[in-house]
Ligand binder design. Structure first.
Ligand SMILES: *[C@@H]1O[C@H](CO)[C@@H](O)[C@H](O)[C@H]1NC(C)=O
Ligand SMILES: *[C@@H]1O[C@H](CO)[C@@H](O)[C@H](O)[C@H]1NC(C)=O
Length: 214
């Protein structure tokens, strides 16, 4: 009686393959929000993410300690340089970028918390199948919790512990695979050498990009 066995297998266990850690698509465009447990920061940003060229652009609109701010920044990790861009007056500030590039991914050592449906599984289009993972931050300073879609490893949310802000939650949405406007990842012409350029030696980490630094 081989057939029933095969059939049972096909319907259940054989299809239910356990989720694996995964890497998100190398080119993404979309939006995200960042909020902190201590309620100091809430920001909405459009983002462009290029893991091949190691470039990120963030166009933020947020509040920090109840003050609203806008912040436009271009990160070139290979050159260890970031550009704070003021499009309205065509100036920019060039600064050293002292952080490593971390691709959007679920690291190999992550622990699977579970596979769940966000929304509802009652009708077509009502739900999204996602995998929840957790693990220790690379410097062991706390934990992270990351949620990605089962199909495509698209980031849904990411939460991690910080000393200064408590849990920091990033939620991703409206993600599109690819770079919609590649020009936004290039250094604007008005940032070129000798034009409105300002050196600043203060090192920058990724999280400080979400604060009003004025
Ligand atoms: C922000 O505003 C809220 C409500 O008005 C207030 O309770 C809180 O103390 C303010 N926080 C800061 C950092 O000013
Ligand atoms: C351009 O705008 C930024 C941000 O508002 C400001 O800090 C900077 O001083 C301005 N630069 C010039 C040359 O006006």
């Amino acid at each position: 009686m081989r057939l029933p066995v095969l059939l049972t297998c096909l319907l259940a266990a054989c299809l239910a393959e356990a989720p694996h850690p995964c890497e998100s698509p190398p080119l993404l465009t979309g939006a995200l929000t960042v909020s902190t447990q201590n309620e100091k920061l809430l920001t909405y940003a459009k983002y462009l993410y290029d893991a091949l060229g190691r470039r990120v652009r963030l166009l933020e609109l947020g509040t920090y300690e109840n003050k609203t701010f806008t912040y436009d920044v271009l990160l070139h990790y290979r050159e260890a340089t970031m550009y704070e861009i003021h499009a309205h007056n065509r100036t920019c500030k060039k600064m050293p970028l002292k952080v490593e590039f971390h691709p959007l991914s679920i690291p190999k050592g992550a622990t699977l918390l579970g596979q769940v449906v966000v929304g509802s599984s009652s009708g077509p289009g009502q739900g999204l199948l996602v995998n929840s993972w957790m693990g220790d931050l690379p410097d062991k300073s706390g934990k992270y919790l990351s949620v990605v879609t089962e199909f495509g490893c698209i980031p849904v949310s990411s939460t991690y512990q910080t000393k200064e802000y408590g849990w920091v939650l990033t939620s991703f949405f409206d993600n599109v695979i690819g770079i919609e406007d590649p020009n936004l990842l290039n250094v604007p012409s008005f940032c070129s050498e000798g034009e409105g350029k300002e050196e600043q030696t203060e090192p920058v980490d990724f999280f400080s990009l979400f604060q009003n630094k004025k």
